[in-house]
Design a protein around this ligand. Sequence first.
Ligand code: ARG
Length: 456
Amino acid sequence: GRFDAPTDALIERLNNSLVFDGRLWRQDIAGSVAHATMLGKTGILTPDEAAQIVAGLEALRGDLAQGVVILPPDAEDVHTAIEVLLKERIGAIAGKLHTARSRNDQVCTDIRLYLRDECDNLNTKIAVFQGTILEVSAQHFDTILPGCTHLQHAQPIVLAHHLLAYYWMLERDRERLNDTRKRINRSPLGAGALAGTGFPIDRGMTAELLGFESVLPNSLDAVSDRDFAIEFLSFAAITMMHLSRLAEEIILWNSPEYGFVLLDDGVTTGSSIMPQKKNPDVAELARGKTGRVYGDLMSLLTLMKGLPLAYNKDMQEDKEPLFDAVDTLHLVVPAMQKTLATAQFRTERMKRATAGDFSTATDLADYLAGQGLPFREAHEIVGRVVRYCIEKKIGLEQLDSDSLAEFSPLLRENPDAALAVLTVEACVAARNSEGGTAPESVRAQWILANETLKRS
Ligand code: ARG
């Protein structure tokens, strides 16, 4: 009524959000059903009016789900689209649905409902991935490989230990997700455009009907808060960072130089020109797509930083980054799960990689320290042993007892006992502290992880 001329076509395109927010139609209908029900119960609409609107919305839900009806493509956004369809169905009374409501509280209700479901869906997918990590780990309590710092061989570890590290990263990701879900699950509905409404609405009722845990207490905050979405994107970015680290390790381990893992044909692709190639694309895409999810988080942070209260149209731009992050996780989490589930670990190559790498040097120093030598002196002696081996071009494990005995009177006493600590098996078994890499410690860790997963 306020306008003389229709909106310019270009501006209409700029303004339109249906192209992306159309996917919120289920949430939009759910919010409207709750709102109309409340309008009927509080006497703002007559029981009959409310019943007609609810029945119309429910029939529309069925038709949209079956594809009998589609969202009118010329509608401005999903909220308008649903209202247009409802009006076609039940006539002018559809116009009463918008009593005591604004698209401003409507849109953030929709996003909260959407994200709440996605928290649950993603939680399940991540838990499946954790289950796979447990299954694969259970086969590798005794598989020894070089443990690295600075990407240099540091101390040998077992493969189950290495893989379980990712289990715990994903466990924290799910903790974050569950925590975010609590703040997502609060109702903005009833905040109106920004200042509330004079109609005697019952916000507690709509909140309860929609399964929200509470009502947001400040109407200005309710319509202009997107923290919950930023938190969700932080969860998404951190989870992608974890998956990307795993992806990077898989890519390295799959290279001929490492040769620690053989990836299944189903998760690799060939090259159009080099017939010999088998590329670890899934892992590379997981690593690459991490960048876009970081971008999604940055978009929303930047979008919000200068906005005065309350709603501003800028906020329409909140949806695409959210959808992008959700879609990316839905692809990448199961793809990485599949990659791990079907990977063949080349355990003999892992073990061989520890040969001659001096990664048991600390154990010899620990042995001497255990015999009463101050650790600093032990460190110095072992340094000389290592130098001797380098000159002789042999690994520590190839030393004979006579040569070793030369380095210290303490070694002369029982050189065989000293030699015994130099094997990678002994080295790994010795690190039996809680959370350490000894197979017995890793088994205990696995049991804890398994119980944690079952409980959640
Ligand atoms: N399509 C809009 C969005 O996504 C809905 C809210 C519109 N509100 C308004 N005052 N123009 O943000």
